[in-house]
Ligand binder design. Structure first.
Ligand code: AMP
Length: 191
């Protein structure tokens, strides 16, 4: 299974990515997590990424694309992958398409996590308190939602035009959302 997850910060992509990857025994590639561990370890990549992340801006495409292409070459992605947080721009989506076309392993689906803005703020405020994420302050959250609307939302049409988009009602208990996703993926595979 090769899927990408699209949705604003706080939509539950990370939680569901782990569950989907477990279900299909494939790679779970979370770009935000990779950046955060690089920041924590003080690597060169972490130093580049940190300022963008703290402001709630996107890390430049060329940096993210190179990192994801390397990660997709790792063993656990041979069986497929769940991409959580990538692509976030059309240029990233095009780079992914080129890579997968070269390998003749096209995407199976793009899951679009749909959540109301009210619910997002409620969740992100809770996450900020629980995880002490430096990019979960109210001002940064607002900015990240604007960045999502401007840079990432166009991907919804991008994948719809390619027949890959699956809308997911991402409100409700975690387990129920997982069932919705797995059912929708099974239905898509069957078509
Ligand atoms: P996340 O944990 O997915 O919300 O990502 C946290 C931060 O990492 C984002 O706000 C961006 O600064 C950066 N980031 C993660 N994925 C990407 C991406 N695909 N493109 C650009 N920046 C990214």
């Amino acid at each position: 299974m090769r899927v990408v997850l699209i949705g604003p910060p706080g939509a539950g992509k990370g939680t569901q990515a782990v569950r989907i990857a477990e279900h299909f025994s494939c790679g779970d590639v979370a770009t935000g997590d990779i950046f955060r561990s690089n920041v924590a370890e003080g690597t060169a990549l972490g130093r580049v990424a940190q300022a963008y992340m703290d402001r709630g801006d996107l890390v430049p495409d060329e940096v993210v694309i190179a990192m994801v292409m390397d990660r997709l070459a790792e063993r656990d992605c041979d069986a497929g992958f769940v991409l959580d947080g990538f692509p976030r721009t059309v240029a990233q989506a095009e780079a992914l398409d080129r890579r997968l076309a070269g390998l003749e392993t096209p995407l199976d689906a793009a899951l679009n996590f749909e959540v109301t803005e009210e619910e997002l703020f409620r969740r992100l405020a809770g996450r900020s308190a629980a995880l002490h994420r430096s990019d979960d302050t109210e001002q940064t959250i607002r900015h990240r939602l604007e960045v999502f609307a401007e840079k990432t939302r166009p991907l919804i049409d991008y994948y719809r035009h390619r027949g890959l988009l699956i809308p997911v009602d991402a409100i409700g208990p975690v387990e129920e959302v997982t069932v919705r996703i797995l059912d929708a993926l099974a239905a898509k595979k069957a078509t």
